[in-house]
Design a binder for this molecule. Structure first.
Ligand SMILES: [Zn+2]
Length: 420
C-alpha cells in the first residue's frame, strides 16, 4: 500500500489584533492559562482562560473607540452582534464572547475576537479579510468585566485553543510575527505569505503526470473555498506556470486523482487573496477543468490543492484554442445566433459543456459575473464541501452567524483591569 506523504501546512503568523493607531493604548490583562501559570510562567492569567485579553484604557478608551483588526488574512466564518456592551459583572448577554468575529485562516486555524462594542462588527459571513483589516471595536459584551478584546486561537489539529505565545510554560511555538515582551504587546507587522513556486512551465498541448510524492506535493491543510473566498496560499500545493503561445481559451483539465484535489487558476505566483481567476473545487474524484482566456506570452499559474491534507497523483492536460472568438465583428456571431457583439461565437459541442459562457473570462477581470458556468458550478459545490468540513453549527438566533467547525463559544471572563 502506498503511504502518501503529508507535509505540514505552513502556519500563518499573527500581528497584534489592535489597529496601528490604537496599539499605544493596549496592554495584556490576562494570557492563556497553563494550569496556574501563563506562557512565561508568571501569573497574568486566570483559571481556565483560553485566550489573550488586551485592555485598552477602560471605559474611556472604549468610548473613544479602539479598533480590533484581523491578526492574519482569512475568511469570516462567524459573527455575532447585538449584545449589550457595558458588562461589568462577567456574566452578561447570550454568549460568553459577546459580540465577536471568527476568522478561518488558510493554515486551518481559526481566531476569535471577543467582547466587541455593540453594533461595531464590521465584516460579514464569507467575507475575505486581509491582515490588519478592521473587524470591529473593543467593548465589554458577553462574559466580561471591563473593555478588552479577547483573542483566541483554535487549532483543529490540537482540537483546542492554543497559546500564540512561546515561553517556558507554554509548550507552543510563537504564532506571532513579533511576540514582543512579557506584559507588552506583539508587533503590528503582518505575516508575508509564501509565493506559489511553480514546479514547471507548461505550454499549449502539454500533458503532465504527477505522483503523490513528487516535489511540490498536493498535501496541505489549507482551506481555500472558492475564488470568492480565496484566503491565502500556505504552500505545499503543486503549482505550474502556464504560458500560452497564442491568444485564446486555455483549457486546464485535471484527471486521474484518487483523493480530493482542487484546481485553481491564479494570476501570479503571489497567490494572494486578490489573485484568484477561477476555481473548481468539487469534493470528489471527478475530473476538474477550467478555461482561461489566455494571451500569448502572458503567464498565469495553476494550483493543484489537496483539500485538508489530501494527497494524490494526477494528470494535467493543457490545450489551447487556436484563436479567441472575435466578439465585435466576426461573421460567426451573426451566423450562429450567439448574440452578435459581446456574444459567445464559440462552439461548445467539441470541447465539453463546462466551458459554455466562459469566453468573457479574462485575465485581470475579477467581477463575479465574468466567471460563467465553471465559477457557478464551483461555488455550488463548495457549499457542500463547507458543510462536510464543518460540524453544522449554524445557530437559529437572529444575530449569530456561524459556518465553521469550531465548538460553541466557551465562557470567557476577564478580571477588571488594574491599569488605566
Ligand atoms: Zn479572555
Amino acid at each position: 500500500m502506498l503511504i502518501g506523504f503529508v507535509a505540514p501546512a505552513l502556519a500563518q503568523d499573527y500581528r497584534v489584533p489592535l489597529a496601528d493607531d490604537d496599539v499605544q493604548y493596549g496592554y495584556p490583562t490576562a494570557y492563556k492559562d497553563h494550569g496556574g501559570v501563563d506562557w512565561a510562567c508568571g501569573d497574568v492569567r486566570y483559571d481556565g482562560h483560553q485566550g489573550t485579553d488586551i485592555g485598552i484604557g477602560g471605559w474611556a478608551g472604549m468610548d473613544a473607540g479602539r479598533t480590533i483588526v484581523a491578526a492574519a488574512s482569512g475568511v469570516v466564518i462567524e459573527t455575532l452582534d447585538g449584545e449589550a456592551d457595558r458588562c461589568d459583572t462577567g456574566d452578561c448577554g447570550t454568549n460568553g464572547y459577546g459580540n465577536h468575529v471568527v476568522l478561518q485562516h488558510a493554515d486551518g486555524k481559526t481566531t476569535i475576537y471577543g467582547h466587541m462594542k455593540l453594533d461595531t462588527v464590521a465584516v460579514a459571513l464569507g467575507q475575505v479579510v486581509r491582515c490588519g483589516d478592521a473587524l470591529g471595536e473593543v467593548g465589554s459584551s458577553g462574559h466580561s468585566t471591563g473593555p478588552h478584546v479577547h483573542f483566541g486561537v483554535w487549532d483543529p489539529e490540537a482540537a483546542g485553543y492554543v497559546d500564540p505565545f512561546w515561553g517556558d510554560c507554554s509548550g507552543e511555538p510563537s504564532y506571532w510575527v513579533d511576540q514582543g515582551d512579557y506584559n507588552g504587546l506583539p508587533g503590528t507587522t503582518c505575516d508575508v505569505p509564501p509565493t506559489c513556486e511553480p514546479v514547471a512551465t507548461l505550454k499549449c498541448g502539454d500533458h503532465v503526470e504527477r505522483g503523490a510524492t513528487d516535489a511540490g506535493t498536493t498535501a496541505t491543510h489549507a482551506y481555500y473555498g472558492a475564488c470568492s473566498e480565496w484566503a491565502e496560499y500556505t504552500g505545499d500545493e503543486t503549482a505550474f506556470t502556464v504560458l500560452p503561445d497564442r491568444d485564446g481559451l486555455v483549457h486546464i483539465a485535471m484527471s486521474g486523482h484518487t483523493a480530493d484535489l482542487d484546481l485553481f487558476a491564479v494570476q501570479s505566483d503571489a497567490c494572494d487573496a486578490t489573485d484568484c481567476l477561477a476555481a473548481f473545487t468539487e469534493g470528489d474524484m471527478a475530473a476538474e477543468a477550467l478555461a482561461i482566456d489566455g494571451r500569448q506570452d502572458e503567464p498565469f499559474v495553476v494550483v493543484i490543492d489537496g483539500f485538508r491534507g489530501a494527497a494524490s497523483g494526477f494528470v494535467l492536460d493543457v490545450t489551447c484554442d487556436s484563436e479567441a472568438p472575435d466578439t465585435a465583428d466576426s461573421p460567426a456571431d451573426s451566423a450562429n445566433g450567439n448574440g452578435g457583439p459581446g456574444g459567445c461565437g464559440c462552439d461548445a459541442s467539441g470541447t465539453g459543456g463546462w466551458m459554455l459562457g466562459l469566453t468573457a473570462l479574462a485575465l485581470g477581470r475579477r467581477s463575479s459575473g465574468l466567471y460563467g458556468s465553471v465559477r457557478a458550478a464551483a461555488d455550488s459545490r463548495r457549499s457542500s464541501k463547507v458543510r462536510r468540513s464543518a460540524s453544522s453549527k449554524r445557530s437559529n438566533t437572529s444575530t449569530l452567524v456561524r459556518a465553521g467547525g469550531r465548538p460553541a463559544a466557551e465562557d470567557t471572563f476577564s478580571p477588571t483591569s488594574t491599569r488605566p
